[in-house]
Ligand binder design. Structure first.
Ligand code: GUN
Ligand code: ZN
Length: 466
């Protein structure tokens, strides 16, 4: 059992953060939040109140205190990341999507058939994303079943909550011969093998869950997409894919599937648009496509770093929200250069300003900009909604699970003095007069993994910064 004491910050609504001061959270042996106390006189009072409320003994709890200048924040949710491309993070040259896949991506993914290479890369990816505060990752693995199973094993043993997808791609004319499923039924059967494996290692899908993963329409036959949609109907498992990322890709989809009205309509006709579907990118969707996504309750993973790196285009988050679409954040490593969701949040704020600069009308221009509170919502509760875990993670409520990070800023004492000489402090300069809102904003714009001191998933300490 855990007791966490200090300041807690989490999203109250999409627009507002809630700051709990002189507060405490008690976490039970199953990793669930059992009680929350706030506005105590001091931290020992918060602790006493929690113990009394739950009838717990001091001796049975492990206490962690956030010092002045530190706070607990929900773990980040990465709704779209290719663990299988981790080694290429930062390598993308001048290419855009289709030639990038050919040149950089397919060769790397195919090489992970070598399980020792896969183990090395996947372990580093998990360790690195955990160190950046990502407690839940929605992963694309590769076509290879043993390597995909290995990614699931590693997530479970290293303690990262994860959705792990075996990538399906069965179109011989559009996938390289060395990296293509033999048939539509091969795509479905191989996915089933991964589901069976994960059911063996985590029967309730408590920490690691399979996710059905047609790569994207140009890689897949309609038969494979329909077969995978049928697998979703039988199992209720989530689905992930890419949609409308790049103009060349959209043209290709129109050529390949002339009978569909749009990229999104194609997925709908194949049965892939469901409330458990996460669509990455959605940069160039039309009004009608946005309405279709909203109506189906499918979710969008906004991947701002990737959309800029591959010059795909700026996705319009405010517009999608206005349409009623749930949006989360994805790093999209290695279309995106960074494994950090904090970086994705910052880039979401930047890209929204680029969207704003292209709008003439003053009020609309102003509205397009995302605030610090909004990008942090995308990084936590928004992401949790996208992956169907909004009742479990993304915020601090009784009954939710303790997926959290301890964030440190420059340590400030009670008199507002900064302990600069302390090597252990974070890497955001604080001067002592900042409000808590200012502190969080500085973290979002200037922080990195050095600010993330500890990370827990389901109550288990999974990362501790030395
Ligand atoms: N579309 C199909 N495959 C991929 C991929 O691996 N990354 C990105 N960003 N888009 C894709
Ligand atoms: Zn992607």
């Amino acid at each position: 059992k855990l007791l966490l004491l200090g300041t807690f910050v989490h999203s109250k609504t999409q627009q507002d953060l809630d700051f709990l001061h002189k507060a405490g959270i008690a976490v039970d042996a199953h990793g669930k939040i059992a009680a929350i106390e706030r506005d105590a006189h001091d931290l020992s009072e918060a602790q006493a109140r929690l113990l009394a409320k739950l009838g717990w003994d001091e001796a049975e709890v492990d206490v962690t205190e956030a010092a002045e200048g530190q706070f607990f924040f929900p773990g980040f949710v990465d709704t779209h990341i290719h663990a299988s491309q981790y080694a290429n993070a930062g390598i993308f040259g001048k290419s855009s999507l289709l030639e990038w896949l050919e040149t950089y991506t397919f060769p790397l993914e195919a090489s992970l058939k070598d399980l020792s290479k896969a183990r090395r890369m996947y372990s580093r990816c998990i360790r690195r994303t955990l160190s950046h505060g990502t407690t839940t990752a929605t992963y694309f693995a590769t076509r290879d079943v043993p390597a995909t199973n290995l990614l699931a094993d590693l997530c479970l043993s290293m303690g990262q909550r994860a959705f792990v997808g075996r990538v399906c791609m069965d179109r011989p004319e559009l996938n390289p011969a060395y990296y293509c499923d033999a048939s539509a039924s091969d795509s479905v059967e191989a996915t089933q093998q991964v589901i069976d494996h994960i059911r063996r290692i985590d029967p309730g899908f408590d920490v690691v869950s399979p996710i059905i993963t047609p790569r994207f329409a140009p890689s897949c036959s309609a038969e494979a997409m329909k077969g995978l949609a049928e697998l979703h109907r039988q199992t209720g498992l989530p689905i992930q894919t890419h949609v409308s990322e790049n103009p060349g890709e959209i043209q290709l989809v129109a050529q390949l599937f002339p009978e569909s009205n749009s990229y999104t309509d194609l997925y709908d006709k194949c049965g892939l648009l469901t409330p458990r579907t996460v669509l990455a990118h959605a940069v160039h969707i039309s009004e009608e496509e946005a309405d279709l996504i909203a109506h189906s309750k499918s979710k969008v993973s906004h991947c701002p770093c990737s959309n800029t790196c591959l010059t795909s285009g700026p996705a319009r988050v405010r517009w999608m929200w206005d349409k009623g679409i749930d949006v989360g954040l994805g790093t999209d490593v290695s279309g995106g250069y960074s494994p950090s969701i904090l970086e994705a949040a910052r880039q979401a704020a930047m890209v929204s300003r680029h969207v704003a600069m292209a709008i003439e009308e003053e009020k609309e221009k102003e509205r397009a900009k995302l605030t610090v509170e909004e990008v942090l919502y995308l990084a936590t509760r928004g992401g949790a909604r996208c992956v169907g875990l909004e009742d479990k993670i993304g915020g601090f409520e009784v009954g939710m699970e303790w997926d959290a990070q301890l964030v440190t800023l420059n340590e400030i004492n009670d008199d507002g003095e900064v302990h600069d000489e302390d090597d252990d402090h974070g890497f955001v300069d604080m001067f002592g007069w900042e409000t808590w809102g200012d502190r969080v904003a500085k973290w979002v714009y200037n922080g990195d993994d050095r600010n993330t001191k500890r990370v827990w998933v389901k109550g288990r300490l999974v990362h501790r910064r030395k």
